[in-house]
Ligand binder design. Sequence first.
Ligand SMILES: Cc1cc2nc3c(=O)[nH]c(=O)nc-3n(C[C@H](O)[C@H](O)[C@H](O)COP(=O)(O)OP(=O)(O)OC[C@H]3O[C@@H](n4cnc5c(N)ncnc54)[C@H](O)[C@@H]3O)c2cc1C
Ligand code: FES
Length: 258
Amino acid sequence: MIHLLRVPIIRREEPAPGHVELWLQSPELATSTPGQFADVVTEGMLRRPISFSRIDRANHQVAMLLQVVGDGTRWLAAQRPGTMLDVMGPLGNGFLPPAPARDWCLVGGGVGIPPLYAAVQAWGTHTASRPTVILGARDQQLLLLVDEFQALGCVVEITTDNGTRGRRGTVEAPLCDWLDSHPDGQVYACGPTPMLASVARLTQGRTGIFLALEQRMGCGIGACLACVIPGYGVSGQAGYLRVCTDGPVFRSEELIFE
Ligand SMILES: Cc1cc2nc3c(=O)[nH]c(=O)nc-3n(C[C@H](O)[C@H](O)[C@H](O)COP(=O)(O)OP(=O)(O)OC[C@H]3O[C@@H](n4cnc5c(N)ncnc54)[C@H](O)[C@@H]3O)c2cc1C
Ligand code: FES
């Protein structure tokens, strides 16, 4: 169920340069599934889609980890505990849990990393083995939640474009290695579209591959078509999918990368 809410910020942290994590107190948002998002009103009444980095059902809290890229995220990042935010959510479809008997790997880039952390928090102990997490960034300063994934028992592999931490290059090389050694493994990915296209190509023919898109959005509720992408609908015909309501999490085979 989608709610229009006014929710208080109860905590604010700065986990990396240019990044802020805001904790919100909200029983409604705390019912979210990892991969779902909320549309938050920012300066000038513009709504911005942000996913949840943490979902704490027991304490009715969620967190959002923001990267400041423009006016909306700058305004949000400047808000302090005690401020009330206008939020619509939870929105969209989240990830499905991994099959308990299968190994799983999470591949994240940039602000695609936070919803994957929420997924490991929710399901990391439900599977036979702890997941492998492959994190990619342009530079080591942009890596998020590395210590937090390790604290949850994940094997963490890091790549940076400039080689400042981990392997130099993209997430492709460690993902290929993992896929070779886990022929029945599942993959959950979130990040820039070229990264998701690589994951889709490398995992072709496998089942249980989930890709979360971070398309630019308008209304967030399926009405404006600002977020459409090519894909296969329920009929199996090629057409367009709305990232806000059909996604943002899709099965890999639903998407067409051009
Ligand atoms: C489902 C979903 C979940 C998201 N989760 C998070 C999250 O957890 N944390 C987070 O920091 N951000 C997240 N984003 C991205 C966030 O919505 C954008 O960064 C934000 O809308 C930018 O608003 P702005 O006003 O600050 O910048 P704008 O002024 O709107 O844009 C500044 C720059 O960022 C680019 N940009 C804006 N939106 C996007 C986008 N979606 N993808 C790529 N480039 C973009 C613009 O092209 C422009 O160059 C998510 C987006 C979606 C759709
Ligand atoms: S953002 Fe309006 S239809 Fe998706």
